[in-house]
Ligand binder design. Structure first.
Ligand SMILES: C[S@@+](CC[C@H](N)C(=O)[O-])C[C@H]1O[C@@H](n2cnc3c(N)ncnc32)[C@H](O)[C@@H]1O
Length: 268
C-alpha cells in the first residue's frame, strides 16, 4: 500500500492517526481496530454495529450491484435529466463538460493535492481527477460497497488512486491533509449535510478548495415528484451559501445549470 496514502488515514473507531499495513487488513496503532483491505480498497467503516442503514430509496438503489454497473452510462444521465431538468446537461456540455468544470474549478493543475473525490460512486470523476493530476494522490471514497467495488474495476491502470469505503459524516482522514475536495451529485443523499461539511472543513488544509454540485429547488412538477419518490433533498443556493459561511468556508461562488448548480468555497 502507498505509504503516502496510509499516512493520511485516521482510525474510524478511536480517531487516532497511525495505521499499520498487515496482509489483508490495516490495524490502528493506538486501539488496534482492524480494517479489511479488500481487493483494491480499504473498508474504513466501523461495522461493529452492522452495515449502515440506507436512509433513502435512492441510497438503497446505490447499494445495488446492478445500479452500480449501469450507473455511469444509463442511471446518472436519466437521474440528472429528471431531477435537474433537460437544460442542465446541455448547459454543462454533457458529462464530459461537467467533469471539465469540476477539474477546472478545483484548479487541479495549479494546486497541490492530495485530492478527495467524496462519494465517488463508480469513480468517473476519480478517473478524470487522476488523469488531471498524475503526480498527486486521488482518494475515491464512497459508503456503498457495490459502488466502491465498481470503482475498483474502473480505476485499474491509475496508479495514483486510493479507494476507501467510508462515511462522509466521519471521514477517516487526518485533519488538514487535503488540498481539495470534489463532491459531485451526492449532497442530496446525505443524512446530515452540515456534519459532512464540517468533516470536509476539518480535512482540508488552509487555502484548500471544496467544489460540489447538487440540486436546487425544482421548477417542474416532475422534478419535485422525482425528489419526493427518491427521498432526496434539494438545496436553495442562498441557504447553502449561508450554511457554508457559518461553518467557516469563504469565497462562495456558483454556476447554475437548470435545476442544479456547481459551487466552490475555500477554507481560509
Ligand atoms: C448519485 S451518486 C453520485 C456519484 C458520483 N459522484 C457522480 O457524480 O455521479 C451518490 C453517491 O453518494 C454515495 N453516498 C451516499 N451517502 C453517503 C455517505 N454517507 N458517505 C459516503 N458516500 C455516500 C452513494 O453511495 C452514491 O455512490
Amino acid at each position: 500500500m502507498d505509504p503516502g496514502f496510509l499516512a493520511l488515514l485516521k482510525c474510524a473507531a478511536c480517531g487516532a492517526s497511525g495505521m499499520r499495513a498487515q496482509p489483508g487488513y490495516l490495524a490502528c496503532t493506538s486501539c488496534e481496530a482492524q480494517y479489511e483491505r479488500a481487493d483494491g480498497y480499504v473498508n474504513m467503516l466501523d461495522l461493529s454495529a452492522g452495515e449502515p442503514a440506507a436512509p433513502s430509496t435512492e441510497q438503497r438503489l446505490m447499494e445495488s450491484e446492478l445500479v452500480a454497473r449501469i450507473y455511469e452510462r444509463f442511471w446518472r444521465p436519466a437521474f440528472v435529466r429528471v431531477l435537474a431538468g433537460r437544460g442542465a446537461s446541455k448547459g454543462t456540455g454533457g458529462f464530459a463538460g461537467e467533469m471539465f468544470i469540476h477539474k477546472n474549478t478545483l484548479a487541479m493543475e495549479e494546486r497541490q493535492g492530495p485530492w478527495l473525490d467524496l462519494s465517488c460512486g463508480p469513480g468517473m470523476f476519480t478517473r478524470a481527477m487522476a488523469a488531471a493530476a498524475p503526480g498527486a494522490l486521488i482518494i475515491g471514497l464512497d459508503i456503498s460497497r457495490a459502488m466502491i467495488e465498481a470503482a475498483v474495476r474502473r480505476v485499474k491502470g491509475y496508479s495514483n488512486v486510493g479507494l476507501l469505503r467510508a462515511d462522509a459524516h466521519a471521514l477517516p482522514l487526518a485533519d488538514g491533509c487535503l488540498g481539495g475536495v470534489n463532491q459531485s451529485g451526492s449532497l442530496h443523499a446525505y443524512d446530515d449535510p452540515p456534519l459532512a461539511w464540517s468533516e470536509i472543513h476539518r480535512t482540508l488544509r488552509s487555502g484548500g478548495l471544496y467544489v460540489g454540485s447538487t440540486f436546487a429547488p425544482a421548477r417542474s412538477l416532475a422534478g419535485r415528484l422525482a425528489a419526493r419518490i427518491a427521498g432526496i433533498r434539494r438545496f436553495a443556493p442562498h441557504e447553502l451559501r449561508a450554511q457554508l459561511s457559518r461553518l467557516g468556508f469563504a469565497d462562495y461562488e456558483e454556476i447554475r445549470f437548470g435545476d442544479a448548480f456547481i459551487f466552490r468555497v475555500r477554507k481560509p
